[in-house]
Design a protein around this ligand. Structure first.
Ligand SMILES: [Zn+2]
Length: 621
């Protein structure tokens, strides 16, 4: 496909603004014309915006004779530089050149198809040859559109503005004709202007023939070249032209341009639909308008109600992005069943496995870009933008990169697989199992957090309020029931570490009250820990405690020692850790991994202290 612009015979339509609805055949023809570019629109549009007269065009009735339909790309071809969207830098440079009367002899317009290269060339021709409504004006960036040269150029019939399509006139003879004609002055205009489209198609000899003229062109001659493939031009030509790189037009600008045109055409089109059209246009106004033409015709065929996102999607064969986003969501939330369901649904709707993979990668890319730039994700619908923004907030950069890697690998597999659907399922399941793994740093923090969580309430501390005594508790004990672990911590804190250790590891509390401790010895050592504990309690409280071993049925009420509790807790914590999906995922990913516990202190005492400290809520710290 080239940007060629053959001079099509253009019916001279009165500018009534009445456009008949196109028949399918007309549209077909029109759509093809629009792809090849077209002759200039016969009427200059009002200078302001296209929002003016045709807007109110009444719908033609059935008995009205159908007028040839003009495609939007032709109808809304820019007639002034202000209507040329997305090319402001070029227009500014050109305006400066005209103002200071420093104009090159040759201009080169480059850019992808449909960004307005030939439109620009015609606008420049007008700008150079406009004489103003009163016939006295000079070159201007703001051609009047009313004088004879403006009108004639817009209609493609100006005798001194010669358009040539290099795609079909590549030979040296074609160029020779030009060179011959260059010698004669312009017939009626200020400048004789040669517009050569797709100039890179000229043969080498043709370029050489042209070069001589480009080196020393007569003052009344201007060359306007347009090309999609600037790299094919000889340097000798490039160096003798002023070059304008026409930019791809951003989708948002295209969408708002299309919205204005729909308004002017009296067509209902929802915003999302226009964004989809703009995105499919890939920076080309002409391609976008051609799609919009089709979308309007589709909407008319299906009984009105305007151009909707759904219709445009159907027309362009775009899959439903919502369903694909749901698949990404399942992927990230680890819902394998829903994931497979979503894949099946897409497949039954005719979405190719590779295309689905591509769509998921596209999401991840957009999310990543949004996250990095901190701006709104680039997506056609508000719904999609907010969904992608949500992902960008939720996922870490590392997760996104891993997701991309996994999807990329999956993409390769699906592409080469004998059964792409099966390969898609398998690789997405692999992504699912891997993607909920956080990055290693985060993983380490999570495991740390889980390990430091207090034990569940089930393993309540022992010695709780057994046998409430009548006597008032003595300082420093509070009125609250005595906590065995508190008591042990206090003894530990007064420097009687040896006894505290005995109390932690050898005493199973049966009954604990003020000045009374009944216990069971946890070990079978012959020595009785009772006297040492009694002494320690006396030193701590200044009271003589009754400390005795329980016998018979009383021993059944014995609580485990603090050490036994701590060990049980550690075991439970380890089991909790191992049961955590996160850690499970880690072990799935690294089957040879080991869970290594790092006690908070160096020795067992420290560990104990920390365990009991956590349980007592740190009251003594
Ligand atoms: Zn004019």
């Amino acid at each position: 496909m080239t940007d060629s612009d053959p001079d099509l015979p253009e019916p001279n339509l009165p500018d009534t603004g009445e456009e008949a609805a196109p028949s399918a055949a007309e549209l077909e023809a029109a759509g093809q014309n629009s792809m090849f570019g077209d002759a200039p629109a016969p009427e200059p549009e009002p200078q302001s915006t296209p929002a003016a007269p045709p807007a109110a065009a009444p719908k033609p009735t059935a008995d009205e004779p159908a007028q040839p339909y003009r495609v939007l790309a032709r109808k809304y071809r820019p007639q002034t530089f202000s209507e040329l969207i997305g090319q402001e830098p070029m227009v500014r440079t050109l305006a400066n050149g005209i103002e200071r009367e420093r104009l090159a002899h040759a201009f080169l317009m480059t850019g992808v198809r449909g960004v307005g290269k030939t439109s620009t060339a015609r606008l420049i021709a007008k700008a150079l040859n406009c004489i103003g409504p009163d016939g006295t004006g000079g070159p201007t960036i703001d051609p009047c559109g009313q004088c004879e040269p403006c009108k004639a150029i817009a209609e493609g019939r100006h005798i001194d503005v010669i358009e040539m399509d290099a795609a079909s006139n590549t030979g040296v003879d074609d160029v020779r004709e030009i060179i011959e004609a260059v010698r004669y002055a312009a017939v009626s205009a200020r400048y004789k202007i040669y517009i050569i489209d797709e100039v890179h198609m000229l043969s080498r000899n043709a370029f050489n023939a042209l070069l001589k003229t480009l080196e020393e062109p007569p003052a009344h001659v201007k060359f306007l070249f347009a090309t999609t493939e600037v790299e094919k031009l000889p340097v000798t030509v490039l160096s003798r032209t002023q070059r304008f790189d026409l930019r791809r037009i951003p989708a948002s600008l295209l969408a708002s341009h299309f919205a204005k045109i729909c308004e002017a055409e009296g067509v209902d089109a929802d915003e999302e639909a226009l964004r989809i059209v703009a995105s499919a246009a890939e920076g080309s106004v002409r391609d976008g308008l051609s799609i919009l033409d089709q979308a309007i015709a589709h909407a008319d065929l299906e009984g009105g109600s305007g151009v909707t996102a759904q219709r445009v999607r159907d027309m362009l064969g775009l899959a439903d992005k919502g369903a694909q986003r749901a698949i990404l969501e399942h992927l990230l939330s680890g819902d394998a069943k829903a994931l497979l369901g979503g894949i099946d649904e897409q497949y039954s709707l005719g979405v190719e496995p590779l295309a689905l993979m591509r769509a998921l990668m596209d999401f991840v890319h957009k999310i990543t870009v949004a996250q990095v730039s901190g701006s709104e994700p680039d997506a056609p619908s508000e719904e999609e933008r907010s969904a992608l923004a949500g992902f960008a907030e939720r996922l870490s950069a590392a997760q996104l990169h891993r997701l991309w890697q996994l999807l990329l690998k999956g993409h390769e597999e699906v592409r080469g697989a004998p059964d792409p659907l099966v390969s898609l399922q398998m690789s997405l399941l692999r992504v699912l199992h891997a993607s909920d793994m956080p990055d290693p740093g985060k993983l380490a923090r999570r495991i740390e957090q889980m390990a430091s969580q207090p034990a569940p309430a089930a393993s309540a501390p022992p010695g709780h309020g057994a046998g409430e005594g009548a006597a008032a508790p003595t300082a420093p004990l509070s009125a609250a029931p005595i906590e065995w672990s508190d008591l042990v911590d206090q003894i530990d804190n007064t420097g009687q570490m040896h006894v505290a250790e005995i109390m932690r590891s050898r005493i199973r509390v049966i009954e604990l009250a003020s000045e009374r401790l009944v216990f069971q010895q946890a070990d079978s050592f012959p020595d009785d820990p009772g006297p040492e504990v009694r002494d320690a309690l006396f030193k701590l409280t200044g009271k003589r405690w009754l400390v005795e071993k329980g016998v018979g049925p009383a021993t059944e009420k014995a609580q485990p020692t603090l050490r036994e509790v701590a060990e049980a807790e550690a075991k439970a914590a380890r089991e909790r850790t191992l049961a955590d999906p996160l850690v499970k995922a880690t072990f799935d990913a690294f089957p040879n991994a080991e869970l290594i516990e790092t006690p908070p202190g160096d020795d067992a005492n420290d560990e104990q202290r920390s365990a009991s400290g956590a349980r007592s809520g740190g009251r003594w710290n």
